[in-house]
Design a binder for this molecule. Structure first.
Ligand code: IPE
Ligand code: IPE
Ligand code: MG
Length: 229
């Protein structure tokens, strides 16, 4: 794949874990666990190709409100596992992790693991895996508005963007959603203003690096005009 047609930043809405498990007559947690493995493989592929940022939507603000407590606990357990174990492989490969979203309501030990995960990341890495956890664009935007409120200066796009959780990250070039739904579900609404969107019916645990490549091939054919000709 040519570097010039490669997205710098890919957003990934990892949907369909529950349905994948249901088809196999297994609990939803089985699907989430398989989804984490799929995510790890896709992140490896992204890094290997030279993509700089991969932002994975792991938990939305609405998930935290609307999912049963036991399912949320399973999701926290997967985060615990990732941030205490798997993250080391990422560091070893010279990559960073970053977390976006509101951590305040998360369990204390999870918060600590996420904080440490960021702190222990190597400097100057060429690849960053960004986890969106208790992330929702509307609350992110409101938060930015409240942060800017005290200031007398008129906010411009850059000043506003610097108050978003994604401060310092380039806008996503490509957003992929697995699982067949054709919506953004409150993911990177400001940042995705000119992102290319790719939807696939493949349920997330079946989203292999080869499926990821397909999305990148499709992206490479898109004509990004940004309002021009
Ligand atoms: C996506 O899979 C993961 C999270 C939202 C945490 P789902 O859990 O939404 O799976 P489906 O959409 O019910 O199949
Ligand atoms: C979007 O999936 C959120 C994540 C993948 C974390 P959902 O399953 O929560 O989205 P909706 O409810 O179908 O829009
Ligand atoms: Mg879903």
């Amino acid at each position: 794949m040519e570097k010039s047609t490669l997205p710098r930043h890919v957003g990934l809405i990892m949907d369909g874990n529950g349905r994948w498990a249901k088809k196999r007559l297994r609990p939803r947690s089985f699907g989430h666990s398989a989804g984490m493995n799929a995510m790890i493989e896709v992140a490896k592929r992204a890094k290997e190709l030279g993509i700089e940022y991969l932002t994975v939507y792991a938990l939305s603000t609405e998930n935290l409100i609307n999912r049963p407590k036991d399912e949320l606990e399973e999701l926290f357990n997967l985060l615990r596992k990732y941030f205490s174990k798997h993250v080391k492989q990422l560091y070893k490969a010279g990559a960073r992790v970053r977390v976006i979203g509101d951590r305040t309501p998360l369990p204390e030990d999870v918060k600590k693991l996420l904080d440490d995960g960021e702190k222990n990341s190597p400097d100057g890495a060429a690849f960053t895996l960004v986890f969106a956890i208790n992330y929702g664009s509307r609350s992110e935007i409101l938060n930015a508005v409240n942060l800017l409120r005290g200031s007398d200066d008129k906010a411009d796009e850059a000043a506003f963007a610097s108050k978003l959780y994604t401060d310092g990250l380039p806008d996503p070039d490509l957003i992929i959603r697995t699982g067949g739904e054709v919506r953004l579900s409150n993911f990177l609404l400001w940042q995705a203003a000119y992102a290319e969107l790719y939807f696939t019916p493949v349920l997330f645990p079946d989203f292999t690096p080869a499926e990821f490549d397909k999305a990148l091939e499709e992206y490479a054919k898109r004509n990004r005009r940004y309002g021009g000709l």
